[in-house]
Design a protein around this ligand. Structure first.
Ligand code: F6P
Length: 338
């Protein structure tokens, strides 16, 4: 069998472990693997080449993706879609590794009759049907370490430190890193920011003799008026470039509390570098399972982690509704604010 593999959307620690696992499993089953460069763009432009065990040797610990990635959406343009479908004929099946956008394209191709299997990837952990996506654990650990480090400098200077982390629609990174790092307040896209809650948390701390605070805010968090963006230009999937909420929040905190405030934007540091053991393991299990699904002819499915078991669910279900933070979980986190 000829199996293609591509990685699309924002890169993510754990992509190389997936690619390695797909190739190693496929080779053990006497399949050929074709690596498609730069996500869906490579399928449109026919940029693909063989991947064997040697090609994936030594990549397990490496960040990024050896295949490259893009945010190309072949459904935006009829001739691109026709080219992608024509090139697909060179494959018996395709494994698409990506988040809601890349897998959204995979779901459409499957509907159009093509043999696609999905692997969930995003540091944001916002895909439904899987307990975790790989990359999330790494991002959380990076953000937690940053919060740990900011504690000592915040305390020395008696400052408020605002840490802006990634999370476009969902506050999973903010919540997990904030709870693990002992943040004094965590602000997420799912719950509009109320400045009274921010200042109350800071006041509660000063009441206990603590004259510094750490506030974690997800990039997608918003005041009533809507999300804060760096630029309005849309990508192929209609997303704006987020950013700026940390700065805005920092200014408001300084005005309202008189505390000197500093803002740290972690940005792509959360996505770069090698994956944690958890993400390497998850990526490896996902990659192996994806090849098994291809062999079982279970197309249109995405591999998923449920209660530590490898299962599969329809790709359409995974991308149909994003997995956001529920109120009960956020309420639990509130116990530790201020
Ligand atoms: O989708 C994951 C994500 O990390 C989002 O949280 C973020 O908004 C986006 O990627 C930024 O990606 P880029 O700068 O690569 O477009």
């Amino acid at each position: 069998m000829k199996i293609g593999i591509l990685t699309g959307g924002g890169d993510c620690p754990g992509l190389n472990p997936v690619i390695r696992a797909v190739v190693r499993t496929a080779v053990s089953l006497n399949d050929e693997v074709l690596g498609i460069r730069n996500g869906w763009k490579g399928l449109v432009d026919n940029e693909m080449g063989p991947l064997d065990a040697t090609a994936v040797s030594g990549i397990l610990h490496r960040g990024g993706t050896i295949l490259g990635t893009s945010r190309t959406n072949p459904y935006k343009n009829e001739s691109a879609l026709a080219k992608a479908k024509a090139n697909f004929k060179k494959l018996d099946a395709l494994i698409a590794v990506g988040g809601e956008d890349t897998l959204g394209v995979a779901a459409k191709l499957f509907k159009d009759g093509l043999k696609v299997v999905g692997v969930p990837k995003t540091i944001d952990n916002d895909l439904s049907g899987t307990d975790f996506t790989f990359g999330f654990d790494t991002a959380v650990n990076i953000a937690m370490e940053a919060i740990d480090r900011l504690h000592s400098t915040a305390e020395s200077h008696r400052r408020i430190m605002v840490v802006e982390v990634m999370g476009r629609h969902a506050g999973w990174i903010a919540l997990h890193s904030g709870i693990a790092g002992g943040a004094d307040l965590i602000l997420i896209p799912e719950v509009p920011i109320k400045m009274s809650e921010v200042t109350d948390a800071i006041k509660r701390r000063t009441g206990r003799g603590k004259n510094f605070s750490i506030i974690v805010v997800a990039e997608g968090a918003k005041f009533e008026g809507g999300e804060i963006t760096l630029e309005k230009k849309l990508d192929d999937f209609g997303h704006v470039r987020l950013g700026g909420i940390g700065e805005l929040l920092g200014k408001k905190i300084e005005e309202l509390t008189g505390f000197e405030t500093r803002v740290t934007v972690l940005g792509h540091i959360q996505r770069g570098g090698s994956a944690t053991a958890f993400d390497r393991m998850l990526g490896t299990r996902f990659g192996e399972k994806a090849v098994r699904l291809v062999h079982e002819g279970r197309f249109g499915q995405m591999v998923a982690l449920k209660a530590n078991e490898m299962v599969s669910i329809p790709i359409e279900t995974a991308v149909g509704k994003l997995k956001t933070v529920d109120q009960a979980f956020y309420q639990m986190a509130r116990t530790f604010f201020g």
